[in-house]
Design a protein around this ligand. Sequence first.
Ligand code: PGA
Length: 250
Amino acid sequence: MRKKVLIGNWKMNNTLAETNNFILKIPEICSLAQKKDVLVGIAPSYLSLELLVNNKDTMKVYAQEVSKHNFGAFTGDISIPMIKDFKIDGSLVGHSERRAYHLENDKDCNIKIKELLKEGLTPIYCIGETLKEFKANKVNEVISKQLEEGLKDVSISDIDNVIIAYEPVWSIGTGENASCEIAEKVCSFIRSILEKLYSKEVAEKVYILYGGSVKPNNIHAYLLEKDVDGALVGGASLKADSFLALLENI
Ligand code: PGA
């Protein structure tokens, strides 16, 4: 039986002072999460990671990005062994902002996903179509390609350690939510691809999240959908009170 999942992606937000404010409410967040049996996590900036890891209680803490190289002359990058040293639980992989501004592609994502799994860490693989692709009815085509290339050679014994986040690019930070019907249609399509690539039993175990303008007032409806196991939330996850409100509405 899959739990419900709430993961905050802070992007390039929250200074140390703001992170410290959030931390004050982590015990409250974790006790509510336990009561509701929800897996909660945060992907802060690198500079807030240590603070969160040291105060995380039962919360998961993820990086927003990792290098596909383990070490070397890659100025500004952070490697998977480095995040493992910090007792971080995993990392986002292939967020659309990384794909758009840093030209990450599905092959890069595939390397990172396999390396994270090898180290026992959780990849949160972000996929989704642009507005142009959505309007051209290419959603299934885009999603299949992202899944097939991103998960290439990920073994059947590892796939249920991967979290998939469906984030239509046109709904991220825009207030233009995908409807619950769209979210369910695509998340169920993702599960059908996983079934094709692995097996029905395995596909039923994988967490699939929706992301894109999720707020306290709309999270409940998404999570009623059969194949939407949770939400990856940007803006509404930055402040502890808003994070708590998201959790309360699950
Ligand atoms: P948003 O971001 O909730 O601010 O739309 C979601 C994401 O990018 O993960």
